[in-house]
Every structure is written in structure tokens, then in C-alpha cells.
Design a protein around this ligand. Structure first.
Ligand SMILES: CC(C)(COP(=O)(O)OP(=O)(O)OC[C@H]1O[C@@H](n2cnc3c(N)ncnc32)[C@H](O)[C@@H]1OP(=O)(O)O)[C@@H](O)C(=O)NCCC(=O)NCCS
Length: 153
């Protein structure tokens, strides 16, 4: 499958929201992604393969820090390196825009995502108690610092 990773095209927001709802029970809907994109601090990327959006992810930046948002890959397209490609695009873009440290929160039980982020150089740096609801769960806080990590563009 040919895969293209690029900035989320506004005309694809409806499809991106559909994907996020498939991947997360409380994933962002169309209006949430649309309003998020009106804030210039936020960037979303899409992965397109087989003519459809198979992956989505973004980040929000403030000064030299960023937080990864809404990383999601369609269940039928997992374990093909799509999330890795999206993360690499996000990290390269954030770095280009002056970000030095990238944070993210992930459910403590989400082994696939934790493994993905560790493989990209993120390390665990804290716990946010009861960060998630439905079901209630702590978040693992992870960070990647570009001053120590040089492989992301
Ligand atoms: C987490 C998620 C985004 C990973 O997407 P993906 O495209 O399948 O991930 P990739 O194929 O790029 O995997 C990259 C690396 O992540 C790790 N990984 C991904 N899925 C994994 C799994 N099910 N089990 C163990 N490790 C896994 C591996 O290290 C993998 O490298 P490898 O395939 O060379 O072993 C996807 O499972 C998903 O959408 N889950 C639901 C939404 C979600 O939990 N998002 C994260 C919120 S923080």
C-alpha cells in the first residue's frame, strides 16, 4: 500500500473524525477537530492509503513545548508502521517550529501505544491520577526532548 502522510486537508475533517471515533470511544468529533485547527498552535496530520484516511494524529504547541493529540490508526491497518510515520511527521514539524520538548499522555493499560512511543525515544516522566474517564484510569506522562534526541528531523 502506498502511504502518504501530510497535513490534514480541511476537506477530510469529516472522514478524520469518523476514524477517530472508531479508534477512541471519546475521540474528537468533526466540530472539535475543526475548531482545534482554527488555533494556529494546533496541527493535525493524516495518513492516506488505499484512497482513505487510515491514520490521524496531531500536536498542540506552546512556546518550546508540545503535546501529542489524538494518535489513531484504523484497526484494519495497524502494525504497518503508520503511527510511526505519523509520529515522525509530527516530531519533525514540531522541531521545525521551535519545539524542544514533546509530552503526551497515554492510558497506563495501552501497551501498543506505550510501546510505539518508547520506540520513538519517549520516556516515562510521571503519572496523572484519574486522568481518563469511561473507564477511569491514570495516564502515563511521557516526554521526548530534542536536545537529547536528534533523529527526528
Ligand atoms: C497505538 C496505535 C496508534 C499504533 O498504530 P500502528 O500504526 O499500529 O503502530 P505502528 O505499526 O506504527 O507500530 C510502531 C511500533 O509501535 C509498537 N506497537 C504498535 N502496536 C503494537 C501492539 N499491538 N503491540 C505491541 N507493540 C505495538 C511496536 O513497537 C511497533 O513497532 P514494530 O511493528 O516494528 O514492532 C494504534 O494501535 C491505535 O490507533 N490504537 C487505538 C488508539 C490509541 O490508543 N491511540 C494512542 C493514544 S495515546
Amino acid at each position: 500500500m502506498d502511504l502518504t502522510v501530510c497535513s490534514l486537508v480541511p476537506a477530510h475533517i469529516t472522514e478524520a473524525a469518523r476514524l477517530s471515533k472508531i479508534c477512541f470511544p471519546g475521540g474528537p468529533g468533526e466540530s472539535s477537530i475543526e475548531s482545534s485547527l482554527k488555533n494556529p498552535r494546533n496541527r493535525y496530520f493524516e495518513a492516506v492509503g488505499d484512497g482513505i484516511i487510515v491514520g490521524l494524529g496531531g500536536y498542540t504547541a506552546a512556546a518550546d513545548e508540545a503535546d501529542i493529540l489524538d494518535m489513531a490508526v484504523h484497526p484494519d491497518y495497524r502494525r504497518r508502521g503508520i503511527a510511526r510515520r505519523l509520529c515522525e511527521a509530527i516530531l519533525a514539524d514540531a522541531k521545525k517550529h521551535g519545539v524542544m520538548t514533546v509530552f503526551l499522555e497515554v492510558r497506563q493499560s495501552n501497551c501498543p501505544a506505550i510501546s510505539l512511543y518508547k520506540s520513538l525515544g519517549f520516556t516515562e516522566c510521571g503519572i496523572r491520577k484519574n486522568y481518563y474517564s469511561s473507564p477511569k484510569e491514570d495516564a502515563l506522562l511521557m516526554l521526548l526532548s530534542f536536545s537529547e534526541e536528534t533523529d527526528n528531523g
